[in-house]
Design a protein around this ligand. Structure first.
Ligand code: UGY
Ligand code: MN
Length: 263
């Protein structure tokens, strides 16, 4: 159906897809196969669930198109569930505990586990697109409680990633122990790559913001593009080469952090 790309009805050629789903290991989910999910609390929103426990993740990622009068007034997450929202394009007005936050393109907001997020579109009648995340907060002794964090990636410093000047990383949340996860943006110049194929216990949900890459997921190389979503499960081998002409290959992704594994 492809509601995101408005591609409906019969196609000229055979049905085909680049999406690959290997539950509990990795998934590549391309925009063409996404369908509109109805989630209570979200009004005038097209919402699609990307990574979720049904795929093997311990978090949930959503891609949301917020229409003119759309939003969530009921309150999202809270009661032990932390959330994070990033504005892919457009603008929203969010509210946490009576305080208002205006987010434009590149804006983000972290909501700690004891608070709920409400928001409404604030883009002059045009749609806004959001990448939304939630995960149950994992407590730890003597580490304090996480606080609300907000900012815009256009004002956030970029640092060379693991000694490579052509790969830049931004940390959207503080690296301090009260956070049990972080959200990063990695940007690779065309031709740049990871320094090694990672095999780590942490999980990722990654949404590609720009450019193209050849991605290795569990030793399968596959082309990936702006708008694709990648789930990388615990220990799933992962790395990329950025390809394309001048646009950096960049993606926003979550990573669990700062906690021992519970038995
Ligand atoms: O932070 C990370 O683990 C990151 N380098 N992983 C990835 O890009 N697949
Ligand atoms: Mn990784």
């Amino acid at each position: 159906m492809g509601y995101l790309n408005q591609n409906q009805g019969y196609r000229e050629g055979l049905l085909e897809s680049r999406s690959i789903i290997k539950k509990d290991n990795f998934a590549l989910i391309t925009p063409d196969g996404l369908v509109n999910n109805v989630v209570p609390g979200f009004e005038d929103c097209d919402i699609t669930i990307l990574g979720s426990p049904r795929l093997g993740a311990r978090f949930v990622d959503y891609l949301i198109t917020v229409k003119n009068n759309g939003g969530n007034k009921q309150g999202f997450a809270g009661e032990g569930i932390q959330s994070f929202v990033y504005v892919v394009y457009g603008a929203i007005k969010a509210n946490i505990d009576g305080k208002e936050y205006k987010l434009n393109e590149g804006g983000y907001l972290y909501v700690p586990p004891h608070l709920k997020l409400t928001f409404e579109n604030n883009n002059g009648g045009e749609d806004s697109r959001l990448f939304l995340y939630k995960k149950r907060y994992q407590e730890a002794d003597n580490v304090g409680k996480p606080e609300i964090i907000h900012g815009n990636v256009n004002e956030l410093k970029q640092e060379a990633y693991e000694g490579m000047d052509e790969v830049l990383i931004q940390d959207l949340l503080p690296k301090s122990l009260e956070f049990d996860m972080n959200i990063h943006i990695l940007s690779f110049k065309p031709g740049a790559s990871h320094g090694y194929i990672e095999t780590h216990v942490q999980e990722h949900g990654a949404y590609i913001l720009s450019g193209r890459g050849m991605y290795n997921l569990d030793n399968n190389w596959m082309p990936v593009d702006k708008g694709d979503y990648i789930f990388m499960g615990a220990y799933s081998p992962q790395a990329t080469y950025a390809v394309g002409l001048d646009e950096p290959f960049s993606y926003i992704y979550s990573k669990d952090a700062n906690r021992d594994i519970e038995l």
